[in-house]
Design a protein around this ligand. Structure first.
Ligand SMILES: CC(C)(COP(=O)(O)OP(=O)(O)OC[C@H]1O[C@@H](n2cnc3c(N)ncnc32)[C@H](O)[C@@H]1OP(=O)(O)O)[C@@H](O)C(=O)NCCC(=O)NCCS
Length: 183
């Protein structure tokens, strides 16, 4: 009974939250989120974004496989948006793996903006991005996280992640955990 009530509440809570592809309409909100990440010195937005229009164009080009650098694969970017304007986080869905992604990047990356963490949005953003992966035609995806990133490991396991192995990051020598998720 209680579980049902919680599920209904979650559904209502998440009804007005969707993934949208980058759009200039939400540019200011996106920049506000990027500033939050810069303040926590994360590597999601290490540099200030000076030309938001060009940045959004670049993201949308990547989804179509346009102007890719030699080592890049097509990748669709999503923003998790509440009530049509509040950006809660972002995710990236790589359409295929290359050698680097097979080793440590995986198909999907995600993050929740610092002021919105701990509210279930990490679990939600991966869940919704997995649906996009299925729609893209993938039947299983690789998702990875730093082995000491407990929150991210929870997000992956909560989304049916099955642990594959730990590998060593080629750039930082840190341990990275790899999980497969059947779609
Ligand atoms: C990882 C991240 C996406 C989680 O987002 P979030 O919105 O806080 O996650 P949720 O609220 O959905 O919580 C997800 C799970 O993580 C757990 N969790 C959240 N914060 C945690 C913390 N600081 N330590 C341990 N576990 C934590 C929650 O308990 C929850 O698990 P449960 O549902 O089994 O109880 C967010 O912390 C983030 O963006 N971090 C920086 C970027 C990053 O690490 N991205 C992942 C790269 S692989």
């Amino acid at each position: 009974m209680l579980t049902e009530k919680i599920k209904t509440r979650e559904k209502t809570m998440n009804n007005n939250i969707t993934l949208v592809e980058p759009t200039i309409d939400l540019a200011l909100e996106f920049l506000a989120m990027a500033c939050e990440f810069q303040r926590e010195k994360s590597n999601f937005f290490p540099e200030p974004i000076y030309d938001i229009k060009a940045y959004i164009q670049q993201l949308n080009d990547m989804a179509l496989g346009r102007n890719l650098k030699p080592d890049m694969v097509p990748c669709t970017h999503y923003w998790l948006v509440k009530d049509g304007w509040l950006i809660l986080g972002k995710s990236s869905l790589r359409h295929q793996l290359n050698e680097y992604l097979s080793h440590q990047g995986g198909h999907i990356g995600y993050c929740v903006r610092p002021t919105q963490r701990g509210k279930g949005y990490g679990n939600l953003i991966l869940k919704l991005t997995l649906r996009k992966a299925l729609a893209l035609g993938l039947d299983r995806v690789l998702v990875t996280c730093d082995t000491d990133n407990t929150a991210s490991a929870h997000v992956i396991l909560n989304n049916r992640g099955v642990f594959e192995d730990n590998v060593v990051c080629k750039k930082t020598a840190k341990s990275i955990s790899r999980f497969w998720i059947e779609l």
